[in-house]
Design a protein around this ligand. Structure first.
Ligand code: ZN
Length: 258
């Protein structure tokens, strides 16, 4: 007698009554064409099926909340493929900003210790940590998106410690990337040093890795601002992420100057 084993297919993580309306209400996703939307959903299915999600310090996970995280996390990789996030497996969610006491090593190899109150963190060879209040506000188009920020760090870490130089596509040129980002970073830190108001979060001046992660947030939320301020960086990000948010999002005035 032949026994046929039939595997039950896993439930579709997007089969939630709130989806896709939940996504349609996210300003971050506005303007996506049918093909891009299809790719976003494919990435989200893979992301939600292959990552482990942990709510800590009393944070209650729900499918609705996971969909909100997944939509933001997967937007940057709609044209990069699921493998772009294959190096990490966990997302840890806090109900509030969290304190980090993990010693960390900077680009120069120096180990730093102390306490930092964080909205998010991407750990080398480890999980992404997110504070829900900040992650929940992410889809608003204000240039701040902690989920995209931490995911940009993870892309940066694909070739080692995050340093603002992720692995580039074969069609891109390292010299173009380096010239654009170094020139932009020197300009940005110089403006801050001179006491000028800037339309981009000054946290970008922390180091080149943060500059790349913060500029990635603005690229997906206020693309016209990045294009206006740093057009060569915009072009490099457009090639890197293989999409052009400036073509699909409305022109929005930055909400505040720093
Ligand atoms: Zn960062």
């Amino acid at each position: 007698m032949l026994n046929l084993l039939r595997r039950t297919p896993p439930p579709d993580p997007l089969a939630h009554p709130a989806w896709p309306e939940l996504g349609r209400q996210m300003p971050l996703l506005s303007g996506l064409g049918d093909c891009e939307w299809w790719r976003l959903e494919a990435r989200m299915r893979h992301f939600l099926t292959n990552k482990a999600f942990h709510g800590v310090e009393g944070f209650a996970l729900s499918q609705r909340r996971l969909l909100q995280i997944a939509a933001q996390a997967c937007l940057p990789i709609i044209n990069l493929g699921d493998k772009a996030y294959a190096d990490w497996n966990e997302v840890i969610l806090y109900p509030h900003a969290f304190v980090n006491r993990t010693p960390w090593r900077d680009e120069a190899g120096l180990v730093h210790e102390g306490e930092w109150v964080l909205a998010g963190q991407a750990r080398q060879d480890g999980p992404i940590l997110l504070a829900w209040p900040d992650a929940q506000r992410g889809p608003i188009l204000d240039g701040r998106n902690v989920v995209i920020h931490e995911c940009a760090h993870k892309l940066d870490m694909l070739n080692g410690t995050a340093n603002g130089f992720p692995p580039l596509h074969a069609s891109m040129h390292a010299t173009d990337w380096t010239r654009a980002f170094e020139t932009g970073y020197v300009d940005f830190t110089g403006r801050l040093a001179r006491g000028e108001t800037v339309p981009i979060d000054p946290y970008a001046a922390e180091n080149p890795a943060e500059f790349f992660a913060v500029l990635s947030e603005y690229f997906f939320e206020l693309p016209h601002l990045v294009h206006d301020q740093y057009p060569t960086i915009y072009e490099q990000l457009r090639q890197f992420y293989r999409q052009d948010p400036g073509e699909r999002l409305p022109l929005i005035d930055p909400p505040s100057l720093f």
